[in-house]
Design a protein around this ligand. Sequence first.
Ligand SMILES: Nc1ncnc2c1ncn2[C@@H]1O[C@H](COP(=O)(O)OP(=O)(O)OP(=O)(O)O)[C@@H](O)[C@H]1O
Ligand SMILES: [Mg+2]
Length: 389
Amino acid sequence: MREIAHLPSDMAIISSKQPAADAQQPPKEKKKRTPKQSAIPIQLASVDSEILQAEIATTEEKIQEESLRPSSIREYIGQKDLKGVLDIAIQAAKVRQESLDHLLLYGPPGLGKTTMALILASEMGVNCKITAAPALERTRDIYGILMRLEPGDILFIDEIHRLPRVTEEILYPAMEDFRLDITQGQNATAKIRSIALPRFTLVGATTKIGSLTAPLRDRFGLVQKLRFYEVDELTLIVQRTAEILKTAVTPEGAVEIARRSRGTPRIANRLLKRVRDYAQVKGYAHIDGSIASAAMEIYNVDPLGLDWVDRLLLTTMAEQFNGGPVGLDALAASTGEDRHTIEEVYEPYLLQIGYLQRTPRGRVVTAAARKHLGLKGGDDRTEQLSLLE
Ligand SMILES: Nc1ncnc2c1ncn2[C@@H]1O[C@H](COP(=O)(O)OP(=O)(O)OP(=O)(O)O)[C@@H](O)[C@H]1O
Ligand SMILES: [Mg+2]
């Protein structure tokens, strides 16, 4: 059960049925990225970097995504640990006829945080009210939302690391004691009026767990990380999406797409749609391995889903820094990329596939990365360094 909240238009809640479920801000069309100058000769702009970005790209994609979301835990592919923990929490809460503990979901974009929040609500048979931290700027935004909660409701706050301080402080007693403290008046004459709230479950989602304050993090009973997906899990996701889109894909075709999806369901779904366009234009009735590969070549998607920035980072490390170790600031200065973007957008996947390692002295490029990029050198510095540590 999900509900459309009847609120004044300046309120922050939006219905989970509406397409713009993930955020309340006006949709940002992403700017086309232009490769930045690099000192090393490397073929840039050979990959359409948009297609491999895990963040949601357009309003249209956001709308389409709603139709692809699995709606039960059974349909939710992968994330075994997360599903195991939540399954037990759901069953226990149902037996005790209580609301679920507050839950914090964190992990890179496009891995299924919002999807899981919606599934929890439907498994618990409760309403899910959705908002995003940037929409909670004024205290009255959060007051309004909390006062309209019904027993058992799930309140989903996306990008929770971006909550303004005042809003966060209102949430503390609400989460802990189901109590809303409303401050009336100002300074010396200010009075606090307390209102009892029904028991509800706050589900917070963030891509940056490190940016959350400790008091907020500590108020979540469950803190769960979403992991990158394995190729076999992404293959199942591609097959499931293909079925919804009524597109015929052979198992080999699905694997080809899964391998290039950077461990991310959102990218897998996006690549499938591009390959489907290609097959349609070329007049193929179904997508097999070689059609999927040919399409990916047209879109300049690397066999492992690396884009030009990944390649630039790895090549810079290998060629300018002799494989590392190199500090984040030096890497940022040499590539012209923002250090936070390197750390939050690129590194997680490169670490996941073992192309990059973090050591106490800095980042190190691995032999596997050199091999993939056809770079010479290749004495595996990571091994040497681990002996030194
Ligand atoms: N486990 C899964 N099984 C099947 N499809 C999935 C799964 N996880 C995510 N998806 C698909 O990927 C898309 C993106 O998922 P979702 O919006 O939940 O990601 P998110 O973690 O909330 O991302 P963001 O950090 O950008 O908000 C969804 O449309 C959904 O179809
Ligand atoms: Mg989300």
